[in-house]
Every structure is written in structure tokens, then in C-alpha cells.
Design a protein around this ligand. Sequence first.
Ligand code: NAP
Ligand code: F7E
Length: 382
Amino acid sequence: MSKVALITGITGQDGAYLAEYLIEKGYVVHGIKRRASLFNTERIDHLYQDPQVENCNLILHYGDLTDSLNLTRIIGEVQPDEIYNLAAMSYVKVSFDTPEYTANADGLGVLRVLEAVRLLNLIPKTRIYQASTSELYGLVQEVPQKETTPFYPRSPYAVAKLYGYWITVNYREAYKMHASNGILFNHESPLRGEMFVTRKVTRAVSRIAMGMQKEVYMGNLSSKRDWGHAKDYVRAMYLVLQQDQPDDYVIATGVTTTIRDFIKMAFAEIGLEVIFKGEDVNEVAVLNFIDENVFIEKVGEPYLEKIKKRIGEIVVGVDPQYFRPTEVDLLIGDASKARTQLNWEPEYSLDDLVKDMMESDVKLMKKESYLKKRILFKKWWI
Ligand code: NAP
Ligand code: F7E
């Protein structure tokens, strides 16, 4: 008999990779998808099967983490062996604009899932993974951060996730649920949402290289993040639920990098060197040097003449609209517990991640420029 998993947030970055991973392992995967005016299933379209297909192994349900009746009905119908609660309003900056909704979806949403499992008498059967986050550490109280580091959330998103973390622990202790938190540090991929900093950078660098865009405006260039690859991190989620005992785990690479250095790495990946000058809101990056062989190999000869004319010009600036009211300056995780108990190791380095994202975005932008598709790049939300 195949195991049955239910993934909330299946249309997101992690939901898509996790669905693919579990289907490869022979699971039947059910996913909860919000109703939207567009399909919004691009990340999982390659996995989709019509429900009429025999032994269909991906089944989607309309639902929302703010709707407990609907969650209880779906969980009752699906009778999952494992629930991965990945759905969330996950963009920290927007949580300052929509704090009440964020608390509802990211905080109370977790309670709704746990309570549905309890009310449906599924505790002996269903294991629950809660998508907790390194944002819980916020104003960090210890470096590096591990499972025992005190939390100090710095955004409505992180405060909502704090509730999600503790209600998961409480249901585990109160009702003996197999409910675990993965405290995941930032993880990225070619499927990362375009508003998050790494993807914003890899898209912009690809477009600048092809002459589709002059420059990109960023927020705080000095904050530091511990970035891993989402493919490694969904594997950790799976491992968390395969343990006999539920527990909480930090998942991180142990390497931290500034936004500024990530930008340099993205340009360097396609043979472009940028130099940062100035300070604070006046900081800029200027195109300094082109390794023509690398550029031709990674981007293509037709784009070379145009980019050569841009040497000495500004390609990155700062716009304070991207600053946050309270910032998380430094994240670096210690995943020793996951390494020892889950036997989890990341396979991708930061270099591998940058390469994967740049290759994908160069390809994507070439296709979009060929199709002359209008890319809404300069919209304020990215
Ligand atoms: P993501 O790409 O933003 O995906 C979030 C998913 O949640 C999407 O499928 C979204 O649906 C869905 N969603 C949002 N609000 C919902 C609601 N009210 N009801 C039902 N579904 C809803 O996020 P991700 O990067 O995959 O992250 C997955 C989870 O891990 C999130 O909980 C996030 O907070 C957490 N996390 C992420 C990271 C990271 O670095 N990626 C690190 C730590 C923790 P739409 O497609 O319709 O928007
Ligand atoms: O910002 C700085 C920004 O939006 C990273 C979510 O998945 O990971 C993510 O949250 C850093 C911050 O991710 C821009 O100020 C500078 O310091 O990519 P981000 P995040 O806020 O760390 C955690 C673990 C989650 O749980 C969340 O769900 O980059 N930054 N300039 C910028 N950030 C953005 N987005 N855009 C900029 O222009």
C-alpha cells in the first residue's frame, strides 16, 4: 500500500519539490491549493495528472489555511499518513503590511491543522511536519543558532510562526502527537518566488546581461543569510517524519553570506565582475570587468557587444523602499542535530545554488525575450 501524504502549500517552492520527491518514493500525494483567478500551478504542472487516470498519484483539493471547516473535511477524506504544513504567507516584508492575515494563516492555520487531526481521531495514524523558520531567531541571541537558541522574532511573519512553532510543541506534549518542527534556514532554487532576494538578483543579473534591463534596486545589502538549496531541504522534511519520535530540528548549511556578496557571485557566475562603492542608500555596484570566454559560454556571443559598452556603469543601486521596519541582520545555523540524528547533509554548496539559479534564469530570460513577453520586473513588490 502506498503511503499517503497531504501537503498544504503545494503550489509553492517547497511544496513543488516535496511533491516530486514523495511521488518518486511511491507516495500518493494530496495537495491543498488556494482558489485564485489564475491556475497558479506552474511549479507542479509537470506532476499533474487528470483525476481520471488510473492510480493517479497527485490529487489537488481547493482549500485555505484560514478555513478550518474545509481543512477538517479534507484531512478527514484523505486520511493522510503524513501532513506537511507548508502553506503560509511567507514574504517577511509583506507581513508588515498584512499582519492580521499573516497571524491568521501562519499562526492559527497551524492550530487548525493540528486540531483537525485531533478531532478526527487521527493521532495514532497521522504524522505532522510544521514549516518553522530561522526567522524565529530574529535578533539573534547566539551565533550560530541551534535548537536551544532563544527566539526573538522581528516581524509579524516571525511572530505568527512563533505561535505555529509552540502550538506544534504543545500538541505533541499534550496529546502525544507525532508533530515536529523543521526550523529551516533560507533555502532557494530556480523555483523561488521572484520577490525573495536571491531570485530577484538572479533574474535581474540575467536581464542586465542580455540588455533587457539597466540596473536593479535593492534594500539592505549588509544582512547575512545562511542559504541552502530547497531540494536538500525538502529531503530533510521527509526525514523528520520518518523518525520514531517527533522532535524539532534546525536545517542549515552553516555558511553565511551578505546580500552584497550574493550579488557579486551571481554576476561572477556569468563572467561579470562588479565593484561596490559608496555607503548606505548611496551604495552602488559598477560593472568593472568582463571575462569574455565565460560570458560567451554562459550567456552567448550575441549579447557580448552590448554588455561591453556598459563597463563603468551602475548596475545595482539601493532604494530604501525595500528596507524593513525591523531587520534580521545575521542568520547562520548549526544543523549538528540533523546531521547526527537524521543523517542529513546538504548536497548543494552556495556556489552550486548560484550556478543552478543563474543557469535557469538566463535560459528563462532568453525564452521570454525571444517571445517578447512583457516581464513585470520593475513592479514595486520586487
Ligand atoms: P512559498 O513559495 O511562498 O509557498 C507558500 C505556499 O503557501 C504557496 O503554495 C501558497 O499558495 C500557499 N499559501 C499561502 N497562504 C495560504 C493560505 N492562506 N491557505 C492555503 N495556502 C496558502 O513558500 P516556500 O518557500 O515554499 O516555503 C514553504 C513554507 O516554509 C512556508 O510556510 C514558509 O513560511 C516556510 N519557510 C520557508 C523558508 C524558505 O527559505 N523558503 C525557510 C523557512 C521556512 P499560492 O501559490 O496560492 O500563493
Ligand atoms: O530577504 C534583504 C532583506 O526576502 C533576505 C522567507 O522564505 O527566509 C525568507 O525570508 C534578506 C533580508 O528572505 C532586498 O532585507 C535586501 O535581510 O529573500 P528575503 P527572508 O526575509 O530572509 C525565511 C527563512 C523565511 O522563513 C521566509 O518565509 O535580503 N534584502 N534587498 C532584500 N530582500 C528582498 N526580498 N528584496 C530586496 O530587494
